[in-house]
Structures are given as structure tokens and as C-alpha cells.
Design a protein around this ligand. Sequence first.
Ligand code: FES
Ligand SMILES: [Fe+2]
Length: 445
Amino acid sequence: MTESPYVIDDRETPRFRVRRSTMVASEILDEERRQIFDRSWLYVGHESEIPAPHDFRTRSVGGRPIILTRHTDGSVQVFINSCPHRGMQVESRPQGHGRFLKCFYHGWSFNTEGALVAIPDEASYGENFDRQNLGLVHPPHVASYRGFVFLCWSADVVDLETYLAGAADILDLFADQSETGMRVIGGTHLYAARANWKLLSENSYDGYHALTTHHRYLAMLKASGKDLQSVFRSSGGTPALGWDLGNGHAVIGGSDGSGGNNTGLGRDLSGPALVKQIARRDRFAELYGADWADRMFSGRNVVIFPNLALVDLIMGITIRTYYPVSPDYMEVSAWSLQPSDDEPELRQMRQENFLTFWGPAGLATPDDIEALERCQKGFAAHDQAPWSDISRGMVRSRPAFNDELQMRVFWREWDRRMTGTVHPLEGPALPRSGRLALPYVSANQ
Ligand code: FES
Ligand SMILES: [Fe+2]
């Protein structure tokens, strides 16, 4: 038994419990900001969102406004969107293009590397004016992995790849899906939920809730003629399991062995499109081996601690981040990721699903939000009903995708950061092993 004020991790019974006050207390959120959001690598965006020099995007990362730009030399830059003069947000548009960023207040101008390049009437500052040190401030750390850009607000952090641990392999599974590069296309979904941010980490890889929370969606698919049995049946691949990826990251997924003939919950591809999709899978099998190609084409849900979720259901890939505004309110941003050389029919399906399945008014997300908001309402009685139970699958040596290992992985890291309590691993963490060497999981494990 490992126990903190917030998490009881009992391996004997076994039983895993989390105290619901962690979802409502403002002191907890203050501490989360210090111990988690200020000390983790946080997702900023995808390099494809700023394809050309002088493109920019603005957003908020870890509670601070930032600008993501591509500089003249092609480098990706991130700096704080606050003017060194008197603090104004230099750029207010969510995205745009321009060689210079000019502050609206008094007209200071910066280049796409953040350097201060022009000040109206600079002479009034005198000869000793140090323009070099009045550029836009960069976060202590910015790094990219396979096109995914991250920052850390603390100087004291391990390098990004070390932080990602086994999750780097999972990002490879996304990045490898195109020989011409993955790209974020379309717009951004921005929505909010009256729920604690951690509930969306839990929900993003919750394989347990699909059949109940989303039963109407599944009924609709069935009524439209979709063969749901074939979606959930493994055709010679490996079963979908939950995996600890180290450092609080976890994934659910498997390898269905369908050879490219799988659109998940999406509609079936037409003959010619299916032929092309199978050819793509065969091409990737040549490049990376059949095991890796099968995994790529089988989808997965991963949460990179604390608040980056990537969900690949084949019929679409969504990237989402979410931040607390208060203990019971979060803001969510979501993007659609696609192979830039995708088969056109599949591309269209993926874009449609980004809107109609994952969208804030889609067929899945409102059901999830409803569930999360009603959990939050239940937490009002946390004094009387203090514990949530997250034990499912603890009795199995290989927890399945619809067990709750992945949430326990999240909470053990959360507890380590918040209280210093070290919970032993439940099973082996999937190490970073490199795409060519990695058998995901053999069916007989
Ligand atoms: S605050 Fe930006 S120029 Fe004054
Ligand atoms: Fe859901």
C-alpha cells in the first residue's frame, strides 16, 4: 500500500482511489500550477501550423500568452506575447503572416525571432539604450520532437526526449504516417467545460466509457449499416491494451492486423480509395516493418502528462490540450492532424469527423463533456463521498484498453509531483525503443 493524502494505491486488494477534493480545491490548483504546469514540457503547436517564414500563431500555454513563429531562416521560434516596453500583447490575432510584429500601443516592432528592430523616436532613449536586451522574452526551454513543438517554463527540466520517454515512440507512430509530413489542417476548436482539467486527461484514453456514454453514436453507426463487430474484432493482430510509457504518460491501443483495411468508426472506403490505402500500408510496411505499419494503421489514444492528448481513431486524428481556469472550469483547444499526402477520400472523412465527431457540437464531444460536468457536480459532495475508484484491471498483468491502468499512471505521476509520494510501477513501463526494434506487444504476453 502506498498512500498520500490524495491517492491510496493498494496493491493487495487491489484498489486504487483518488480523493475528490483534488478536483475542487483552489489550493490544489495553485499547487498544480507550480508543481505541474510550470515544470512540465507543454505542447505549443505543430510545425505545420507555421509552414512559411514569417507565419505566426498565438495561443496560451501554461497560462501565459505566447507567439509561435517561423523566422526568416526557417527556424521555429517561441516567445512570450508581451511587449518588453509596458506589457501589451504584441499580437492579438490567432494567426497571421508578417515580417514584423508591431505593438499597437506605442509602436515598438519586433522581427520573427523576437528581436526589437524599431522604436519610434529611439533617440529620446539616449546613447546607452540597450536595444539588444529589449526583445520579446523566450521561455527557458523550447524544443521540437518530430514536428511537435513543446516548451517548459522552468529552466530546471530534463530534455524533451527524456521527458517523453516511451511516448516518443507513440509520437513516431503519428509522425511516420506520411512521407511528406504530417500537418495540422483546418481551424482550431476552442471550447470549455465546467469540469476539472484532470477529468479530460482521464477521458481522453478511457476505453471503458465508449459503449455507454457514446451508445447513441454507436447505435447511429449501426443503423447506417456499419459493421461494428468488425471494428472491435481483432483480425490476427494484437489486442488493444493500456500501457505505461513512463513519466506519467500512457497509451491505449493495439494492432489489428487489418493491413490497412480499417477506418475505425468511419465509413468504409470505396474500392479505389481502399486499394490506395492498402498500398500505403504496404509501403510503410516496407519502410518500417509490418508490425510498425500495423500499429500505425490501428489507431491509439495517448496522454502525454499532463495535458496533451492525441487520439487516432483512423477516421481522424485529433490533438487536444486543456488548461484549468479554475478548479471546476477548463478551456480546451483541439486540432486535426493528417498526412499531407493522404488519400483524398480519407482526408475528407477525417476532416468531417473532426467536426462531426470531435467538434464541440459533434456527436461525441458533447456526450463526454456532459459526463465530465456531471462528475464535477458530484464532487460538490466530496466531503461526504470523498473517493473516486480507479481500480479496473489492477488484477490483470496486462490491463486492457478498457481498464484503468492509464489513469492510474497519470495519478501516480500527479501524486509524485504534488506530494513527493513515489508509487511503485504497476507493471513494466514500455520503454523508448525505436521504431525498428519495437514489437508493440505480442499476443501471448
Ligand atoms: S507596450 Fe508595446 S510599445 Fe508600448
Ligand atoms: Fe468519449
